[in-house]
Design a protein around this ligand. Structure first.
Ligand SMILES: [Zn+2]
Ligand SMILES: [Zn+2]
Length: 303
């Protein structure tokens, strides 16, 4: 009897234990704020929830949104915008085609005057949507450009610039000129191992040059917005962060070149990976394999 009772208590406490945890998780989710709006300068700011950082301009004369994360998080941003303005969006801009930057475009359908991206970004978005059979969930750019594109919205001028292949072959820098805020898209993974999308024309050697052109084009006062950041690192920063990213990519190539010279195969390179790339210790966390694989393939021309 005693034994059974003890056993009963034991099994029931386990049952309670497993029920409590999901309930706490559920409550945490319910109480968490849906996305965060943060003003950077003038009427320009960022929205962060899940996926690539979104930049926005919201004022009485117009609205601009750069990148859209996913449909559910984009809906949260739309709620925030509607609290401040009943205007239609003048511009919806995509820094590049990846799903964590264009997935939420569809939530803006019927609310925007123009959807703008680099021509390669549009082509990549279409190609990926066809191959993944997600064409019904896309809102594609209706305006594309090759080297530079600009439009005035209220008192602000928004300029898109393309400096060549980097994270993909269609990444734009989006400059709010008066506020002097630049969205870098995924050309900036601040202190986080970047995704290098070789199937979409990424190139690490050229990426270093692209960041160099950005440093020359913008200035010391520019606030840069980053697509992603590592744990504890910021999603905004200065030209110094671009310099650090350039250094990371250079050190990565240098390291992989040495390993290739030493006769290592791709498999051996991945097996013997260090904790961080020598000379770039602030790049850490998950995903070094993506960098090593991409660098190996780029340097050897082998898949
Ligand atoms: Zn991204
Ligand atoms: Zn990306």
């Amino acid at each position: 009897m005693n034994f059974n009772r003890r056993q009963f208590l034991h099994t029931s406490s386990i049952a309670v234990g497993t029920m409590v945890l999901p309930a706490q998780e559920w409550l945490k989710k319910l109480l968490a704020p849906a996305g965060e709006m943060k003003t950077l300068r003038n009427n320009v700011g960022i929205f962060t929830e899940r996926g690539g950082t979104i930049a926005w301009l919201i004022d009485k004369q117009g609205i601009v949104v750069v990148d859209t994360q996913f449909p559910d998080t984009a809906a949260h941003l739309i709620e925030e915008i509607k609290k401040q303005s009943s205007l239609e969006l003048d511009l919806l801009i995509n820094t590049h085609h990846h799903g964590d930057h264009t997935g939420g475009n569809i939530a803006f359908k019927g609310m925007v005057k123009k959807v703008v991206a680099h021509q390669n970004s549009k082509a990549n978005q279409e190609r990926v949507a066809v191959s993944s059979k997600t064409e019904d969930n896309q809102l594609y750019p209706d305006t594309t450009y090759l080297n530079e594109w600009s439009q005035k919205v209220g008192n602000e001028t928004i300029t898109l610039r393309y400096f060549g292949a980097g994270h993909t072959n269609g990444d734009s820098f989006v400059h709010f000129e008066n506020a002097n805020v630049v969205h870098c898209g995924d050309l900036m993974f601040n202190q986080r191992f970047p995704f290098v999308d070789r199937t979409s024309g990424a190139n690490i050697q050229n990426w270093i040059k692209v960041l160099g052109k950005a440093k020359k084009t913008f200035d010391k006062d520019t606030i840069f917005v980053f697509g992603h950041a590592g744990d504890g690192a910021e999603v905004t920063g200065t030209y110094k962060d671009l310099q650090a990213m350039q250094n990371y990519l250079s050190q990565l190539l240098k390291y992989v070149k040495l390993q290739i010279k030493a006769g290592k195969t791709k498999e051996q390179l991945l097996e013997t990976k260090p904790e961080f790339i020598p000379g770039a210790p602030t790049w850490k966390g998950q995903g070094m394999e993506r960098s090593l694989t991409a660098a190996f393939e780029e340097l050897t021309g082998k898949k």
